[in-house]
Design a protein around this ligand. Structure first.
Ligand SMILES: NC(=O)C1=CN([C@@H]2O[C@H](COP(=O)(O)OP(=O)(O)OC[C@H]3O[C@@H](n4cnc5c(N)ncnc54)[C@H](OP(=O)(O)O)[C@@H]3O)[C@@H](O)[C@H]2O)C=CC1
Ligand SMILES: O=C([O-])CC(=O)C(=O)O
Length: 260
């Protein structure tokens, strides 16, 4: 599989290392990278044996089979349609871009017309399998997530005391914290949607890990799950698990035996 990568930050570099250097994905290679800063694209290309796409247009015209986005919510909003229309599958890190039902429906249409797929990794959380099963008979009643991060990972957080920075719906949360709460949107997509998914974001100077506590109720019973994530070394906003989940999506996307 020929992969094109957008974004050369934490997740992008992790994928370059895992796929191009350590060859963890059989018969696959990241053949080119597009990122905002051309200098850093050149450096990454030299270090990880890949090419540079000067712009999105050249990525679209290339022969990559699949594009992995590891950039921003905005990049997905601007480019997802043209990537799928150009005949490439898409794997998203910035799943927060899919908080708008109309946008999802328009992408779905493009996928159907072009025979393409969008893969949404579970990111920095777990429990999506439970929510999908629980809502299959329409009897999932409530879903919430409490995200707790160190203040260095959150915009506008005080360094000296714990503070609730946000409480509301997943739709509002991703508008205000697009780099921090993509998890609430993947949770919404598996469960009750972005209006009905309750979110609390807490800045906590006493912790080093990014934790996500998910609770759900329905006719199945109760779910309570806590993930305590080590952050990526260079970006405390991003949990290591988020990067691993993108690699896992790539590994499993064509598996003949699907788990979960
Ligand atoms: N689903 C989930 O659970 C999680 C999702 N995420 C999301 O995944 C995405 C990637 O995360 P991470 O790797 O940590 O982020 P980083 O900030 O480390 O890297 C982002 C990369 O995207 C590039 N970029 C920014 N804007 C553009 C643009 N307009 N066009 C092209 N490239 C651009 C940046 O370039 P430059 O270096 O020039 O700024 C940088 O290389 C983020 O949106 C993040 O919020 C993160 C964690 C969990
Ligand atoms: O990495 C995390 O713990 C969560 C995160 O940043 C996001 O969902 O955007």
């Amino acid at each position: 599989m020929k992969i094109g990568l957008i974004g050369g930050g934490n997740i992008g570099k992790f994928l370059l290392q895992s796929i191009n250097t350590h060859k963890l994905l059989e018969d696959s290679k990241i053949i080119g990278i597009y990122t905002r800063n051309p200098k850093s694209a050149q450096q990454l290309a030299a270090e990880y044996d890949t090419a540079v796409f000067e712009n999105i247009e050249s990525l679209l015209q290339s022969d990559v089979d699949l594009v992995v986005e590891a950039a921003t919510v905005e990049v997905v909003k601007q480019n997802a349609s043209s990537i799928l229309s150009s005949g490439k599958d898409l794997v998203l890190s910035s799943v927060g871009a899919l908080s708008d039902l109309n946008f999802i429906q328009s992408l779905e249409k493009i996928c159907k017309v072009n025979g393409k797929k969008i893969h949404l990794p579970s990111g920095a959380i777990g429990g999506l399998d439970v929510l999908k099963a629980a809502k299959s008979n329409g009897e999932l009643e409530s879903v919430s997530i409490i995200t707790r991060k160190p203040p260095q990972a959150l915009p506008g957080a005080p360094l000296d005391k714990e503070q609730v920075l946000f409480e509301g719906s997943a739709r509002e949360a991703i508008e205000l914290f697009p780099k921090n709460i993509n998890v609430s949107i993947i949770l919404s997509l598996a469960g009750l949607g972005p209006e009905k998914t309750r979110v609390k974001i807490i800045s906590d100077p006493s912790i080093k890990k990014n934790s996500h506590c998910i609770e759900a109720k329905g006719s199945f019973g109760d779910l309570s799950i806590k993930v305590e994530n080590d952050p990526m070394p260079n970006n405390p906003k991003t949990s290591y698990l988020a990067a691993l989940s993108v690699l896992s999506s790539l590994k499993n996307k064509d598996a003949v035996i699907q788990v979960g």
